[in-house]
Design a protein around this ligand. Structure first.
Ligand SMILES: [Zn+2]
Length: 688
């Protein structure tokens, strides 16, 4: 009952937002004229800031008023159209989960029972408080009992161990032989999530390290360590992680798909890294039949191999203890959760923690997303919406083929391969045809923590058991309500969850201009990932293979380097610059995606007719729709974190960056040479 009320309120708020749009409307050319009500759907005229010239800063022109009126809510770290849509989707999920949790008669072992019990247990803060460390203690005891390297190796090899750190390990597609699964290993296990936080000496990095140390000290004391022992333990873990960070590759280095592919025979790896006891690791994971390992970062495993012998066992115990506890604070008593949130505040600047229901919802979505995905889809995504999205993908694909054929820099031989790859893109829309089978996963209402352990174990098992089987091409990497999309290079597929095929990205009531500028650009973005600086390295079958002529490859890289230079010059905060190398693939996808969407839009009746809506031409509405998707306010802390760790550029550059390279945009808004949005011809990058 209460959930219905809340979600109605959320919808009403959105409704009020568009009503307000009518009152603030003013046609761009004659702002003093009385304001007629907004006619078009999908672009909010009230978001526009008429005091900014579209040719000087299109992002702030399209969104300026919205940005002024929509500060980041206290529990959020950024706020924009993605968050608003996520909120809408979560309102639907909340109804589903609360209904499932209220139903105590669901048959044991069914998805309904698991979803309801998982959410109910996560929501039950009293039970979590009362349980204290009851369900954690056996695992803490196990770690306390590790007395030798052999014990550590055994613990690391056990698929039931939680949050083991040290390195990443799992089964995935072999990117040079995409019809086979392979065992993959690589760097991992840093509590701070990025090596630069350990290695940089600027004020922010030092502050984050200090906060990380305080976080650990707080947790150790909650676990019963004396203040001095807690500090000693924190220092030992940070010292160890710093050595791991020194051996880790940067995020930019990790982007290179060839350098991060190193296939070695198991026997060789076992000899190279004897202290990891790889034969035991493989055996315990049921992977003894593996002949080869694909190692992402051999020098990292070499460093771990050394660290595992020259780090005192007591310090390794603290490391494993820390990674166990810090991974489950959400299901521990409030004091643990508070310590975790205090630390995250330093990274993101959030003023408040998200409400418990949102945290529990996200956890349930992460653990069992496909167990209630169908219920979300039933409510939010019709077969007609799926058919329309599919049609749009095909329109974009046709437009992309035209652009490839029309490029003046690519040879016929490379074009042929590119078209083959484009035609081979598999497309997934909305939700999986075949849902994950959770029958072996045991979830109860007794303990949120037990549920987390059970889910992690199930997911690990689900991953490991793929080895030796045919590739599961029906698998999804995102749950249906997710407001996101992806390209998977080994599958050569583009995937669009139902969660993003919603307003403002796709609105069946809006005109084509808005939808092509919205979800059209999203589709184009994912397609272009297949041809970005890393995606281009795999072929139609999803195999890493160089199908470019030498000359074409060089021309492409020169154009990409130009994009890198453009974005590295963007500076959202004093002394903070976008990292053009880290964001390269995403920037190329943004630029290419918008170009392709524009090309596809030109074929529509609306574009051909050229009729204005609310004083804007169809092409102007296309670019406005695109820009309004990217409106976003962000806390400075979160922005700095994004710049350092996120391959996506901030929203304002995802808008202006592509537009500054597009003469079609200059033309639509009559932007003249010398305005900020118009790059000199020699400085423009046009790939597609
Ligand atoms: Zn992307």
């Amino acid at each position: 009952m209460s959930s219905t009320t809340i979600s109605r309120l959320a919808l009403a708020t959105l409704g009020l937002g568009s009503l307000a749009a009518t009152t603030a409307f003013g046609p761009p050319a004659k702002p003093t004229k009385p304001t007629p009500p907004q006619q078009g759907i999908g672009i909010s005229l009230a978001n526009i800031d008429q005091s900014v010239a579209p040719c000087e800063d299109f992002y702030h022109y399209a969104n300026g008023t919205w940005l002024k009126n929509n500060p980041v809510p206290p529990a959020e770290t950024r706020w924009g159209s993605f968050n608003e849509l996520t909120n809408n989707n979560q309102a639907i999920e909340k109804r589903i989960l609360e209904k499932a949790a209220a139903d105590r008669s669901a048959k044991p072992g069914t998805n309904e029972q698991k979803v309801g019990d998982f959410y109910a247990a996560a929501m039950d803060s009293a039970a979590i408080e009362a349980a204290g460390l009851k369900y954690l203690q056996p695992r803490l005891n196990q770690i306390a009992g590790l007395k030798s390297l052999a014990d550590i190796q055994k613990y690391m090899a056990d698929p039931k161990s939680f949050g083991t750190g040290w390195y990443s390990f799992g089964v995935g597609q072999d990117s040079k032989n995409s019809t086979q699964y392979a065992v993959r290993m690589g760097q991992g296990g840093l509590g701070l999530g990025d090596r630069d936080y350990y290695l940089k000496d600027d004020g922010r990095s030092k502050g984050i390290r200090a906060a990380y140390r305080n976080y650990q000290i707080a947790i150790y004391q909650l676990l019963g360590d004396s203040p001095s022992l807690a500090a000693t333990n924190a220092d030992a873990v940070i010292a160890l992680e710093t050595k791991m960070a020194q051996a880790s590759r940067s995020r930019v280095e990790l982007r290179d798909r060839l350098k991060n592919y190193n296939k070695v025979p198991v026997a060789q790896a076992a000899k190279d890294y004897p202290n990891l006891n790889l034969p035991l690791v493989l055996k315990e994971s049921g992977l003894s039949s593996a002949q080869d390992l694909i190692i992402g970062q051999p020098e990292y495993l070499a460093a771990v191999n050394t660290l595992m012998t020259n780090t005192p066992i007591a310090d390794q115990q603290q490391y494993l203890r820390w990674h166990l506890v810090s991974g489950v604070t959400s299901a521990l008593p409030k004091a643990y959760n508070d310590a975790s949130f205090r630390f995250s505040q330093v990274l993101t600047g959030a003023k408040q923690q998200q409400p418990r229901w949102k945290r529990s919802l996200r956890a349930t979505d992460g653990a069992l997303g496909e167990a209630f995905g169908q219920l979300y889809v039933d409510e939010a995504f019709s077969p007609a919406a799926k058919a329309r999205a599919k049609q749009m993908v095909e329109n974009l694909r046709a437009a992309y083929a035209e652009r490839i054929m029309a490029t003046d820099w690519m040879s016929a031989a490379t074009k042929k391969e590119a078209i083959q790859k484009l035609n081979a893109f598999a497309v997934k829309i909305g939700y999986p045809d075949k849902w994950k089978d959770y029958s072996k996963l045991k979830i109860t209402r007794t303990s949120a923590l037990q549920n987390i352990f059970a889910t992690a174990e199930w997911a690990n098992e689900d991953n490991l058991k793929k080895f030796g089987k045919p590739i599961d091409r029906g698998e999804w990497g995102m749950t249906p309500p997710t407001v996101n999309a992806y390209y998977n290079s080994s599958m050569n597929e583009i995937v669009f969850p139902a969660g993003i095929l919603q307003p403002p990205f796709y609105d069946p009531k809006a005109d084509d201009a808005v939808n092509y500028g919205g979800v059209g650009a999203v589709i184009g973005h994912e397609m272009t990932h297949g041809f970005d600086d890393q995606g281009r390295r795999s072929d139609a079958k999803g195999n890493l293979r160089d199908w470019w002529t030498k000359e074409d490859g060089e021309k492409f890289m020169a154009k990409a380097a130009m994009v890198g230079k453009q974005y590295s010059a963007f500076s959202p905060l004093d002394s903070v610059h976008v990292n053009g190398d880290l964001t390269m693939g995403e920037n190329l996808a943004d630029i290419g995606g918008l170009t392709i969407a524009y090309q596809a839009f030109q074929k529509t009746a609306q574009a051909k007719a050229g009729k204005q809506i609310d004083g804007f031409t169809p092409n102007q509405r296309f670019f406005l729709g695109y820009a309004q998707i990217w409106r976003s306010n962000q806390r400075p802390e979160a922005l700095r974190q994004q710049i350092q760790t996120d391959p996506h550029s901030p929203g304002q550059y995802r808008t202006n960056g592509p537009l500054m390279n597009m003469p079609e945009f200059y033309q639509a808004f009559g932007c003249k040479d010398g305005t900020k949005m118009v790059r000199a011809e020699a400085d423009r990058s046009r790939i597609w």
